[in-house]
Design a protein around this ligand. Structure first.
Ligand code: BGC
Length: 275
């Protein structure tokens, strides 16, 4: 049973890379180097588990003395993954938290990757003390989202899957950072896509603040000033480490964030994403 409550390990599983570090829970800063391995091709459960074991070994935390939080790029409800946009379809309806706990031989806390990044920014970053509706989006392989209203996380918002009517595709296929890389877009060309995306989200939700996370947030100066929105938009203070820090912050069972209670029964949550 993990006892240390001042630090925790955060593992952030993404469509492209799996990143981990030991985190100071008081300050929300990294206490170790950040270790990273590539997400195994196809992202099958057993291969992802193997990669998580590898990052933990690299970190030198292969026992349960330190609490462990794991973030995953899918809808996560009661420990089950309910979608699979950029990972193997085997994750749909999968008892993922139990699978990792059995495979790692220890307790973990398991949540959506963008939601934990939102928690990190709420506790230690750009959304600290901010009231109203804050929408954090991660721009990476896909687009992840965290919605926080007056300090309460509304989990699994999945705003990367808003539909782009013109092309009948998910917004993330058009506007994620991976689209810029895949199509060799210039910053200006990519920003036009972001303009469409953030204007759409702004129209739907009228948020008080947008926060942009993901690896590309370190280049915020290249695209954030070009966006014309009514809502302030800032880079995540913790950049691409927000997922690691948020996963670690959720690792203490006694230290849960205030999460809005969902009235949706598990059975009524769609097993897959539209499109
Ligand atoms: C997934 C989300 C995830 C996001 C970022 C999307 O494709 O559906 O659950 O948060 O990618 O990884």
């Amino acid at each position: 049973m993990a006892t240390d409550k001042t630090r925790a390990v955060g593992v952030d599983i993404g469509g492209t890379g799996i990143k981990a570090a030991i985190v100071d829970l008081q300050k929300g800063t990294l206490l170790s180097d950040r270790v990273k391995v590539a997400t195994p091709l196809g992202a099958e459960p057993k291969d992802v588990l193997g990669a998580v074991l590898e990052v933990l070994e690299k970190l030198g935390v292969d026992d349960d003395a330190i609490p462990l939080g794991v973030a995953f790029p899918a809808i996560v409800k009661s420990g089950r993954t309910l979608s699979a946009a950029n990972v193997s379809k085997a994750w749909i309806g999968f008892e993922a938290e139990k699978f990792f706990e059995d495979g790692l031989g220890r307790d973990i806390h398991f949540a959506n990757d963008a939601d934990v990044a939102g928690v990190a920014e709420m506790r230690y970053g750009a959304a600290r003390d901010a009231d109203g509706l804050i929408i954090l989006t991660t721009l990476g392989t896909g687009i992840g989202s965290a919605m926080i209203y007056n300090g309460v996380l509304i989990p699994n918002s999945e705003l990367g899957h808003l539909q782009r009517a013109k092309h009948g595709k998910d917004a993330e296929a058009f506007a994620a950072y991976s689209a810029m890389e895949r199509e060799a877009l210039s910053w200006e060309q990519w920003t036009e896509r972001l303009q469409w995306y953030y204007s759409y989200v702004e129209f739907l939700f009228t948020p008080d603040l947008f926060i942009v996370g993901g690896g590309v947030s370190k280049h915020g100066d290249k695209f954030l000033p070009l966006l014309r929105l009514n809502t302030p938009i800032v880079a995540a203070v913790h950049r691409n480490n927000a997922g690691i820090i948020g996963a670690a912050a959720l690792a203490l069972a006694t230290d849960e964030p205030r999460v809005a209670r969902s009235a949706t029964p598990l059975e009524s949550v769609p097993g897959n994403l539209p499109g």
